[in-house]
Design a protein around this ligand. Sequence first.
Ligand code: F6P
Length: 476
Amino acid sequence: MTEVVSGMARLVCVSNRITLPRKSAAPGGLAVGVLSALKRTGGLWLGWGGEVSEHEPGEPELLVRDGVTYATVELCQKDFDNYYNGYANGVLWPLFHYFLKGMRYSIEQRDAYENVNHSFARQLLPLLQPQDLIWVHDYHLIPLGRQLRALGVRRPLGFFLHIPFPNIEMLRVLPPYADLLRDLTHYDVVGFQTQNDLAAFHSGIEQVFGAEAIRGDGRIRIGDRVLRAEVFPIGVDVNSVQSDAVASMSSDGVRRMYESLMGRQLMMGVDRLDYSKGLVERFSAYEHFLEMYPQNSGRLTYLQIAPLSRSDVRAYVDIRQSLEQAAGRTNGRFADTDWTPIRYLNRNFPHATLMGFLRSANVGIVTPLRDGMNLVAKEFVAAQNQEDPGVLILSTLAGAARELTAALLVNPYDTHAVGHAIQTALAMPLPERRERHDAMLQVIRRNDIAAWSRRFVEALEKADTGDARVRAVGGS
Ligand code: F6P
C-alpha cells in the first residue's frame, strides 16, 4: 500500500477517462500523471470508465483503494459520439495539433461538449469537501471550471493541458474561440507543457482581453480576478521505469521478443495509433533508410507497437489504412525469407513489458508531427542500460525536445533526414551514446513525475492562501 501524505488539503482530480485499480492503464501520460499525484496525497479521481452506457448518466460509481476514491461516470452513446468522438477528438484535438484537415465543427457537438461538462460538474459537486483542491485535466474539460463556479464552488481550481495549445492564428479557426479562452480564465492555475504553449495562450489572452491583462510577473488579470498561467512539463517515474525495465527483461514476453531478433539490432516505437504521431512519415523514413543503406538489410528489425485509439473517428480509420499499406509495401519490398523489416502490432502490452522492450532497443524512434510532451521519449531514456544505452531519435515538434536536447533531433516531415538519423544512431560509438544518455537522464531525474505534480499542487495551494479568486488586485 502507498504511503499517503496527510495533513494537506484533499486533492480532487477530474479527467475525461480514469484508470480503475487493477484494470490495465488507460493509454497516454495523463493516467500515469494523475495516479502518481493521487498516490502521494490521497484524494478523489472522477472520470469516465471507458464503457458506453445505454442510458443517461446517473450517480457516479465509487470505489476506494489505498486512500484514493475512484468515481466513475457514464457516457451514453449520443455523448460518446458528439462529445468524445465529436467535439473533443474531432474538433479540439486536430485544431490543437494544427491539423485543420481533420477538423469538423458542428453546433450539435459543441452543445454536447457543454452538456457533458455540466454533467461532470453536477456529479462532482456532492463529492466535494470544504478543503479540496480541484485539478482538472485536458481539453475534454475546459468549461468545467466555469460550470463548477456557476454551481457555487469557491475552492482553488487548476487546469492542466496535456496537449499543445495553438497560437491565436490557429485557435481563431474555432468559432467559439473567445469562449474557450474565457473558460480557461475561470481557473486559478492554468498549466501547459512548454513555453511555446504558454506563449500561444498569451497570444489568445491578448487578443480577447488586451495586452494589459498579462502582468510582468506572468500572472493574468481579468477584471478583479488574477490567475497564474505557467509551464509544468510532465515527467516520468524514473526509478519505477528503470526497475520495471530491468525486471521484465527476464519475463517471458520480453525474452521471446528478444530471442526472435536472432542477434539483429532493434529499433522501437510505441505510440497510440494517431495521425499526430507521424507514423506514416516514420514508415517512409525507414523505407528511405533501407534504400540508402542497403548494408543494413537483414540487420535491423523495426518493432512498432501502435494500439488502436478513437477508432470510430474517420481520420483514425484513414490513418490505420495508410499504415497497413505502408508496412505491407516496405515488407513486400525488402523482407527476406528469414527477416521482416517492420513488425507492426496494433495491440497493447502491460507497461512493464513495454519498458523491457524499450530497454532491449538500440534505437528509440519518437517522431510525432506534433505532441504536447511525449512520455515514451522520457521512458525510453529511463529504461536504458546506462552502461550501454540505446539512442533516442526525437522529433523537434514534440514537447519533450525542449528538455531532451541530447537526443538526435529530427524534423519528422524530412523523411530522408530521419532515415539518415537511423543510420547515425546505429553507428554511434559507445562514449557518445553514454554522454547523450547521461545528459538526458539527469534532465528527466530533475523533473520527474513527482516534481511535476508537487509543483502544480503547490501552485494551487498558493492560489488558496493568496485567495486570488476574489482579491481586488488594484496594482498589488
Ligand atoms: O494526452 C492526451 C490524451 O487525450 C489524454 O487526455 C488521454 O488520457 C490520452 O490521450 C488517451 O486518449 P483517449 O482517452 O482518447 O484514448
